[in-house]
Design a protein around this ligand. Structure first.
Ligand SMILES: [Zn+2]
Length: 97
């Protein structure tokens, strides 16, 4: 039997308890649309970026990352209210403009 554990509060999620899965993909947005067509340009742009920013080649930085989390009901509710963990959760003031 597979046991799931909430990745936020570390609580074991019971077999008959509702479990939520968070699946996140993080990737560079400008390579999202036509990755194959951009292939030719990419090296050139990467070189340019490195020249401009004086950075090391990006080999150590994976171009995209995937995350998967199991959440219990309570943590799911908290998560959907503030998925990025921003601090200003307390004030839900909506600007009139
Ligand atoms: Zn939890």
């Amino acid at each position: 039997m597979i046991r799931y554990c909430c990745d936020l509060c570390r609580r074991t999620i019971g077999e008959h308890e509702r479990r939520y899965v968070v699946h996140m993909d993080v990737f560079p947005g400008n390579e999202e649309i036509y990755p194959e067509e951009l292939e030719e340009d990419r090296d050139h742009l990467a070189e340019l970026d490195q020249l401009l920013e004086g950075l090391e080649p990006e080999e150590e930085e994976p171009c995209c990352r995937q995350f998967r989390f199991d959440l219990c009901v309570q943590c799911y509710r908290r998560f959907v209210r503030n998925p990025l963990g921003r601090e200003s959760v307390g004030s839900f003031k909506i600007s009139p403009n």
